[in-house]
Ligand binder design. Structure first.
Ligand SMILES: [Zn+2]
Length: 324
């Protein structure tokens, strides 16, 4: 439950989140408040417009049409990522929806997605009083692309609202999750969008992630390690015999900072330490034998130790060679 943000407050929140805002006419006071409640607000709904062209999309969302007066949302998120504010207050965007979904959004109690709605526009709970609404310019046919700038703006707008209200990304739903007679938005999934909103919320509002273009995968000729995961290497290193991995072996599942070669680096460190330990033990035994003096001959003890070490090393060598 929350009191809706003022027009000034939402503008500040959007701009702090890096959203490029276009103020359309008297958007701050353009609303349907005379027709019903506005607030308390519990979340935000993402829509697609089924339109082409930003100017006519913005005009339609501001003015509405013969059977549905505007505003039809609070902001239009255009293909180029600009957000055109067309109204503030009650708007005709959510219509009727599922009260059980509303409860799950209020409590942010669902898992990946809310339960499928069983109510729709005609017979559902009034959503226009409870949700912010964002119309995204797209044909909604599953083929019209979502440019990166537009998708990024969708994420930023939702994150700005969540941050302002101290909500998690679970307060953001798609129209299709609210009403059983809606399919929007189409072209990306709401769980993916919520994950991206959640990632933004883990950073300050000013966060601007660098363009992360994944590096092309090297061919096997260029890199024989291509496609080999750290799990593969871990298994190859620690699971070639019947002896369990040592208790202090790295936990590669939780140690996300590790690269594939980290397993080998770790083993290399262990071998270095082992070499030093064996050398120190050999020296200690030699010194001990010298101190004992009588009884066993010093040279005999040293020779026995050296033979034992050599045999052990050869055995390890043989075991390794059996691998191929
Ligand atoms: Zn919709």
């Amino acid at each position: 439950m929350a009191t809706p943000l003022s027009a000034a407050a939402v503008l500040a929140a959007l701009r702090a989140e890096g959203v490029r805002v276009v103020e359309v006419g008297s958007w701050r006071t353009h609303n349907r408040n005379a027709k019903g409640a506005w607030g308390p607000v519990n979340g935000s709904i993402v829509h697609h417009t089924v339109t082409k062209g930003t100017a006519n999309t913005v005009a339609l969302c501001r003015d509405g049409h013969s059977t549905l007066p505007g505003p039809l949302c609070h902001g239009v998120i255009a293909k180029d990522g600009q957000v055109h504010m067309v109204g503030w207050g009650r708007a005709n965007h959510a219509g009727g929806g599922d009260g059980n979904v509303l409860t799950q959004v209020v409590n942010e109690s669902y898992g990946t997605r809310p339960t499928a709605p069983t109510k729709g526009n005609a017979n559902g709970t009034d959503g226009n009083s409870r949700f912010y609404g964002w119309e995204c310019e797209n044909l909604g046919d599953g083929r019209d692309p979502w440019p990166a700038a537009q998708y990024d703006a969708i994420v930023r707008v939702q994150a700005a609202l969540c941050r302002a209200h101290d909500w998690s990304a679970k307060s953001v739903i798609g129209h299709l999750e609210w009403s059983n007679d809606k399919i929007d938005p189409k072209g990306f999934t709401m769980p993916d969008l919520r994950a991206d909103v959640a990632e933004r919320l883990a950073h300050p509002a000013s966060w601007s992630p660098g363009k992360t273009t994944p590096a092309p995968a090297p061919s096997p000729e260029e890199n024989p390690m291509a496609g080999i995961t750290k799990q593969d290497i871990y298994d190859a290193v620690w699971k070639t015999d019947q002896i369990p991995a040592p208790a202090d072996a790295p936990d590669i599942k939780t140690n996300k900072a590790w690269a594939a070669q980290s397993v080998l680096t770790d083993v290399h460190g262990r071998v270095r330490r082992m070499d030093a330990t064996v050398a120190a033990q050999a020296a200690a035994i030699k010194a001990l034998a010298a101190q004992l003096g009588g009884g066993a001959d010093t040279a005999t003890i040293v020779a026995a130790v050296e033979t034992a070490i050599r045999d052990a090393v050869i055995k390890v060598d043989v075991d390794i060679n059996q691998e191929s």
